[in-house]
Ligand binder design. Structure first.
Ligand SMILES: *Cc1c(COP(=O)(O)O)cnc(C)c1O
Length: 394
């Protein structure tokens, strides 16, 4: 395969070699069923529980509160539908935001079709949800608040601790989609009063198709899959043992390297942002400047069409994204960029670059140089840009 620069780590990440190595024996050697009584099956069981405990410790909770799922989307679906059904006698109102991932938004739409009411909170121009707005939206029939920990497109980190305190004060459950934030920045479910939390393996250098839902002890929730007794009868199905082991290993490494990665990635992020702001006119940073994931860069370039920019970057061997992987391929601008108040024509010209621990300054310099060329070229073909510059010169 030809050399390329991968800057789409919010879409998915490379599985670490140590993770693959940890998984391999569970395909061909220790392949027993974890529910079996013989030692061979019990070895799998121990490996699963080891992963569960590693994950629990990373969130400051107990292993019994971690439930393995097939990824972030499943965890989000389960949290919302499971709580909605279990608490429907208390009420049918849910509070969320306009900038959630589609795994949340489309689940909310589904619930609306089934008699639930959903309040979609606005965010400010930086993508921040206001805790006051959350509090004001609470009604006697509110059963759940779901606010993402950090946004997957613009990287904004939400005031989760404040929202958790409000939820607790009003006796409303609080779920957070932490797929982008988990194992990237510190999370403590006790300190932050989080009742449910979704995470996914492939966003943190683990395998695809595995994730988990943290569910606070004592909370009622409908089982997601009915069948065997796996996952305390709440999510049946023979365990994805290699996936679970891989996820555990990825979490172990991510937690051990977190501080170092935060420092390294945020320095590179800020270096790149500075270069772009200095060298490319009419470029606008999207998302909050400080309350931002260490690896997220998101810009709008006026008079540029995002897709053309991505294709030209791809020709230069650079993988970026114009928003979320789920909306690319559709012509609609991102719902997140519209929610922070960008007009349609500007929201179309966005570029998201998300770094990894392997990203280097040399790579980012190369990307910045290319990007400058590409933006220049595309603007030189735009009559709108020509008019705009003429007007501005007057
Ligand atoms: C990727 C992502 C998801 C979906 O996770 P999958 O494991 O791909 O199903 C959900 N929420 C956010 C914020 C994400 O970034």
């Amino acid at each position: 395969m030809k050399e390329f620069i991968y800057l789409d780590n919010a879409a998915t990440t490379k599985v670490r070699p140590e993770v693959v190595e940890a998984m391999l024996p569970f395909f061909t050697e220790v392949y027993g069923n974890a529910s079996a009584v013989y030692e061979f099956g019990q070895e799998c069981k121990r490996a699963i529980e080891h992963s569960r405990d590693t994950i629990a410790a990373s969130l400051n909770t107990a292993g019994a509160n971690i439930y393995f799922t097939a990824g972030g989307s499943e965890s989000d679906n389960w949290a919302l539908k499971g709580v909605a059904e279990a608490y429907k006698d208390k009420g049918k109102h849910i509070i969320t935001t306009k900038i959630e991932h589609h795994a949340i938004l489309h689940t909310c739409e589904y619930l609306e079709q089934h008699g639930y009411e959903v309040t979609y909170l606005d965010v400010d121009e930086n993508g921040l949800v206001s805790p006051e707005d959350v509090e004001a939206a609470i009604r006697p029939d509110t059963i759940l608040i779901s606010v993402m920990f950090a946004n997957n497109e613009i990287g904004t980190i939400e005031p989760i601790k404040e929202i958790g305190a409000i939820a607790k004060k009003h006796g409303v459950l609080f779920h957070t989609d932490a797929v982008q934030a988990y194992a990237q920045i510190p999370i403590d479910v006790e300190e932050m009063n989080i009742d449910l939390l979704s995470a996914s393996g492939h966003k943190l250098n683990g395998p695809k198709g595995i994730g988990f839902l943290y569910i606070r002890r004592g909370l009622k929730i409908r089982s997601f899959i009915h069948g065997g007794a796996q996952e305390r009868k709440r999510r049946a199905g023979t365990e994805n043992v290699p996936g679970i082991v891989g996820l555990g290993k990825a979490v172990e490494i991510a937690m051990a390297t977190m501080d170092e990665r935060i420092k390294q990635e945020s320095e590179l992020r800020d270096y790149f942002i500075q270069r772009i702001e200095k060298e490319i006119p009419y470029a606008k940073l999207n998302g909050h400047r400080e309350k931002r994931l260490p690896n997220n860069i998101n810009f709008c370039f006026r008079f540029i069409e995002g897709e053309s920019m991505l294709i030209m970057l791809d020709m230069a061997g650079i993988c970026g994204s114009s928003g979320s992987a789920c909306t690319s391929g559709s012509l609609d601008p991102s719902h997140v960029l519209l929610a922070i108040g960008l007009p349609h024509e500007i929201a179309h010209g966005s570029l998201r670059l998300t770094l990894s621990a392997e990203t280097t300054k040399e790579q980012l310099d190369f990307v910045a140089d290319k990007l400058k060329e590409i933006v220049d070229r595309l603007r030189s073909m735009s009559p709108l840009y020509e008019d705009f510059v003429k007007k501005n010169e007057k």
